[in-house]
Design a protein around this ligand. Structure first.
Ligand code: DX5
Ligand code: ZN
Length: 216
């Protein structure tokens, strides 16, 4: 079963309650929340106070993608704000194993995100501890970018690593996911599709979510 995680970044921030209601009524599995600090990525989005309000409005799993430096400083605050799943970037974690243990000890599902230039093989000695690997299929920081084709190879390589070790780590793809490429992304071995523009800029967002759900 394909899991779909609409990314709120592409929604209408003036109408967050309505956007959450629409997602509640849809077949979406998780609500993807992109936190940016203007340091790790060249953009700033939203933080804990906004997520705490969204938590009240959504019935979905809150999937928080931290594009921030020093994520360990804020893990507890994101738990308090309502995060169910917390994903940190490999590129900012000098003590990744410790970061993952921290997230788990706070009773959240733990994920690691990889920028387009980071090989999936770098996760070789941490994979067994992860609930999710998020492969960025665009450079992080902005919605509405084009999917980087090399991502397919990364998905296939990671799928093989997970399979060979008998793990059930989920592979999540984030960036440039469309109704056209979703089927190929799933075919390559992904489990979770993040989609911002494709969902929130669609004429019928619930129908777009339905199409993503059934793209395999
Ligand atoms: C990129 C974010 C994505 C973004 C995806 O930095 O991590 O979650 O919202 O947006 P689309 O689906 O429009 O590429
Ligand atoms: Zn994201």
């Amino acid at each position: 079963m394909v899991l779909v995680a609409p990314s709120l970044l592409a929604s209408n921030f003036l109408r967050l309650e309505d956007e959450c209601k629409m997602i509640n009524e849809s077949q979406a599995d998780w609500l993807h929340l992109d936190v940016m600090d203007g340091r790790f990525v060249p953009n700033i989005s939203f933080g804990m106070p906004v997520i705490a309000q969204i938590r009240k409005a959504t019935t979905k799993t809150c999937d928080v993608h931290l594009m921030i430096e020093e994520p360990e400083k804020y893990a507890e605050a994101f738990k308090k704000a309502g995060a169910d799943r917390l994903t940190v970037h490999l590129e900012v974690c000098r003590n990744l194993h410790r970061n993952i243990q921290q997230i788990k000890s706070l009773e959240m599902k733990a994920g690691v995100a990889l920028n387009p230039h980071s090989p999936v093989e770098l996760l070789s000695d941490i994979l067994q501890d992860l609930d999710t690997v998020l492969i960025l299929s665009v450079n992080p920081g902005f919605g509405g970018q084009e999917f980087i084709p090399h991502t397919y190879q990364k998905i296939r390589n990671l799928r093989r690593m997970i399979h060979d070790r008998g793990l059930n780590t989920l592979i999540q793809i984030d960036g440039g996911v469309t109704l056209e490429n979703a089927g190929n992304i799933i075919k390559a071995g992904a489990d979770v599709l993040v989609a911002g523009t494709t969902v929130f800029q669609a004429k019928d967002p619930k129908a777009a979510i339905h199409t993503l759900k059934n793209c395999n």
